[in-house]
Write a protein that binds this ligand. Structure first.
Ligand code: NAD
Length: 392
């Protein structure tokens, strides 16, 4: 049995995504399960060095997650450049989950070190910059990837399965409702549950730049290529409280409404808001209406109604609604085990780096998400439909 080690610098890992999704639920989980088993003869095993600015936070993470995985704390350092220069041995991959506006500098440094690059989305807040970074890594001949986790949510996997089974027939429209109430931090004993930079455009925040990146790869991969869009954004709440307790003016859009017209004529709508209270099955629900059947996906569960099960409503507001609309749907069974979406993508990237397996989720694909967000902002500001050109 060969164990192929892939050494990874994990940068910005003290943040919300870096700690929860990448360090704990992906890399530590992969090590604890015994690596990525490729065959009876080969296992890919990640080995990590945690990097960031705060020594005590890195130490705490190293001590919390290392012992269960490798029997001792993970290695860590605040000297990222030293790590890139080989001070801590040779590495294969540089991963970044720092803030969006820090990403470019880190990617440039990792390119100079010649490492494969994997990072959180968005790669930048402007298309030109996202494309520049994608070309930089491509021109250097480095393997690279951007997190596109939603593709491996059980909800979207089931929608994809239903589509491939022909359950929908022709798909007519898709309607996504994303969001929940993000506390402002202004009220007594009601702290905010997301980082405050998300609400400051000068720090890379904003609903469109955050969520349209996701909607782009979800739409492209599950429903088809986007041709044009029209959107509207708003800063619904103009004051929030930062982590240090100081109130600040919210400068970024905290809600965004968009219609995406696909090349095949399908209409895909997404409402995204951090100022909405949930009365639906999940924080994200996506309804797909096809001629032969419809489905409503949450993050994990999907409910379906076929043409034959469709009730026949008659408009009559003078009587109580006689149909229980919720009763006419059935659950898509969980016939397989659905692993953490971030972890699945990590395993694919590790296999891509170690074995050269096919990989579609590159920085150039990530740049398409930034492009959709930038065009969304353009549509909003100019109050018009805009086309989505090919990226070059
Ligand atoms: N894939 C997803 O679903 C998803 C969800 C949320 C956020 N994100 C993205 O992940 C990234 C991080 O978001 P978050 O919510 O974890 O934010 P966060 O503020 O919790 O984390 C950012 C981390 O980066 C660190 N950092 C900032 N500047 C740094 C520097 N110069 N050097 C090293 N570390 C630095 C911060 O200390 C912090 O630990 C963002 O780009 C965001 O867009 C992706």
């Amino acid at each position: 049995m060969e164990i192929k080690k892939l050494r990874i610098i994990m940068n910005g890992v003290t943040g919300r995504m870096g700690t929860n999704q990448h360090l704990e639920r992906s890399i530590t989980a992969i090590i604890e399960q015994g690596g990525v088993k490729v065959s009876n003869d080969l296992i890919i095993m990640p080995e990590v060095l945690l990097t960031g600015r705060s020594e005590y936070k890195l130490k705490a993470l190293a001590e919390k997650y290392g012992p269960g995985a490798i029997g001792k704390p993970y290695e860590y350092t605040t000297d990222l450049q030293g790590a890139l220069d080989g001070k801590y041995g040779e590495f294969d991959i540089f991963f970044d989950a720092s803030g969006t506006l820090q990403r470019a500098d880190f990617i440039e440094r990792a390119v100079k070190a010649g490492l494969a690059i994997y990072c959180e989305k968005p790669t930048a807040v402007e298309t030109a910059e996202a494309v520049r970074l994608a070309k930089l890594v491509d021109d250097a001949g480095l393997k690279n990837g951007v997190v596109q986790d939603k593709l491996w949510l059980p909800g979207f996997r089931k929608i994809k399965m239903l589509k491939e089974l022909g359950f929908f027939g022709k798909i007519l429209s898709v309607r996504g409702e994303f969001g929940y109430w993000v506390f402002t931090g202004m009220d007594y004993d009601q702290p905010a549950q997301r980082p405050s930079w998300n609400y400051r455009s000068e720090d890379g925040g904003g609903m469109m730049i955050d969520m349209f990146c996701h909607w782009r790869y979800v739409i492209d991969n599950v429903f088809g290529p986007v041709k044009s869009l029209v959107s509207w954004g708003a800063t619904d709440i103009d004051e929030r409280r930062a982590e240090d307790g100081t109130p600040f003016p919210a400068t970024a859009d905290d809600s965004a409404y968009a219609m995406f017209l696909l090349e095949d004529g399908t209409m895909v709508q997404f409402n995204s808001s951090w100022c909405t209270r949930v009365r639906r099955d999940d924080l994200l629900t996506v309804q797909v209406d096809g001629i032969k059947g419809s489905a409503v996906a949450g993050l994990r569960e999907v409910k379906v109604q076929s043409a034959a099960d469709t009730p026949k409503p008659v408009w009559n507001p003078d009587i109580p609604q006689p149909i229980d609309f919720f009763a006419g749907w059935s659950d898509v069974p969980n016939n397989i085990e659905y692993d953490n979406a971030f972890k699945i993508q990590w395993e694919m990237f590790l296999r891509h780096v170690a074995l050269d397996e096919p990989w579609n989720y590159t920085l150039m694909e990530g740049a398409k998400g930034v492009q959709l967000a930038e065009l969304g902002m353009q549509s909003w500001k100019e109050k018009r439909w805009v086309d989505v050109p090919e990226l070059d």
